[in-house]
Write a protein that binds this ligand. Structure first.
Ligand SMILES: [Zn+2]
Length: 287
C-alpha cells in the first residue's frame, strides 16, 4: 500500500514521468481467435452425463472430458463459488489465474480461455456462456468472475483474526481433492491453487487499490459455462461468504449450494475436437 505521506520528495520531472503512455502488457490480438460457432451449435443438442450438487460451505470435484461442457449454476440462493481446474491425469498442471488475468484482465467472460500453469500454458477450458455478461463493470470498477482473488483460507483468517475456521474455500477444496483423487489431506492441499471466483463481485478500491467485494448480482438460474479443451477436473467450493456482500471465513453469511453439470456433445462433433496442447517452448531457457 502506498504511503499517504511519502518519505521522499518527488523529483522536478515527476509529472512527466507519470505521463508516460499506458501500454497493455500482453496484447491478445495475436492469440488464436476463439470461434464459438461450432461449440455453441454442439451445445444445443448435448446431453447431461454427470452432475454434482456442491453443498454450502463445502466443495466437490467433477471430471470434464475434452469437448464436454461444464455448467456452474446458482440454485436456491445468491452464492459465489471458488473454482479450481486441473488436467485430470496430471494434477501438477493446474489453472493459472495470474496469467489468465494478465491476458484478459481482472474479470473473465465469454470467449476467454482459462490457461494452465507453466511449463504447460495450455488452454484448459474456454468460457462459452455467461448469464451475467450483462453486468459489465459497475461504477465502483467491480465485476463478476474475477481472477484476482485467491480463495478464502484458514491461514489468512488466523493471521488477521487469530481464530481458526475450517470451512474456507481452501479447506473445502482440500477435502474435495482428497476425496476425488484418493489422496491424504496434506498432499491434497498442495494441489489447491488460486481460483476463478465464479459469480463473485469484486474489484479494487479507487483510493487504496485494495481488493474489495460487494454482494453478488447472481440469482438462482444464473450460470457460467465452459468447454473443456483437454480432459480436466473441476473443483468448486460454495464459499462460506455466501453472496460475499459482507464477510467470509465464518458461519455468519447465508450460504446455498451450487450445481455443476457436465454435458456431452454428439460423438460426431467430439471426433472433430483437437485437444489443446501444452506450449511448444522447449524449456532450454538459454542454455
Ligand atoms: Zn471462499
Amino acid at each position: 500500500m502506498k504511503l499517504n505521506q511519502p518519505h521522499h520528495i518527488a523529483p522536478d520531472d515527476a509529472d512527466a514521468r507519470r505521463a508516460a503512455p499506458v501500454r497493455v502488457c500482453y496484447p491478445i490480438d495475436t492469440l488464436p481467435a476463439v470461434d464459438l460457432t461450432a461449440p455453441r451449435s454442439a451445445r444445443t443438442n448435448a446431453t447431461k452425463v454427470a452432475e454434482v450438487l456442491v453443498p454450502p460451505r463445502d466443495a466437490r470435484c467433477i471430471d470434464v472430458p475434452a469437448g464436454h461442457f461444464l455448467r456452474i449454476s446458482s440454485v436456491e440462493g445468491c452464492q459465489v463459488g471458488d473454482l479450481n481446474l486441473w488436467k485430470t491425469d496430471n494434477l501438477a498442471e493446474r489453472f493459472f489465474s495470474g496469467k489468465t488475468r494478465a491476458l484478459y484482465g481482472t474479470h473473465v467472460s465469454t470467449g476467454d480461455q482459462l490457461f494452465s500453469c507453466l511449463p504447460y500454458l495450455r488452454s484448459l477450458a474456454t468460457i462459452t456462456d455467461d448469464s451475467l455478461d450483462w453486468y459489465g463493470y459497475d461504477n465502483d470498477g467491480g465485476s463478476v468472475h474475477d481472477v484476482i482473488g485467491t480463495r478464502c483460507d484458514p491461514y489468512t483468517g488466523r493471521l488477521l483474526s487469530g481464530g481458526d475456521y475450517h470451512y474456507c474455500c481452501h479447506s473445502n477444496l482440500t477435502r474435495a481433492v482428497a476425496d476425488h483423487f484418493d489422496l491424504p489431506l496434506d498432499q491434497a492441499e498442495l494441489h489447491v491453487h488460486d481460483v476463478l471466483n465464479v459469480f463473485m463481485l469484486t474489484g479494487f478500491t479507487r483510493d487504496t487499490q485494495q481488493y474489495f467485494m460487494k454482494a453478488s448480482p447472481v440469482r438462482p438460474g444464473d450460470y457460467l459455462e465452459m468447454q473443456a479443451n483437454t480432459d480436466i477436473t473441476a473443483g468448486l467450493s460454495s464459499c462460506p461468504g455466501g453472496n460475499c456482500g459482507d464477510e467470509h471465513s465464518s458461519d455468519t453469511a447465508s450460504c446455498y449450494p451450487l450445481l455443476m453439470e457436465v454435458f456431452a456433445p454428439k460423438d460426431a462433433y467430439l471426433q472433430t475436437i483437437q485437444p489443446a496442447q501444452p506450449t511448444a517452448y522447449d524449456r532450454s531457457h538459454g542454455r
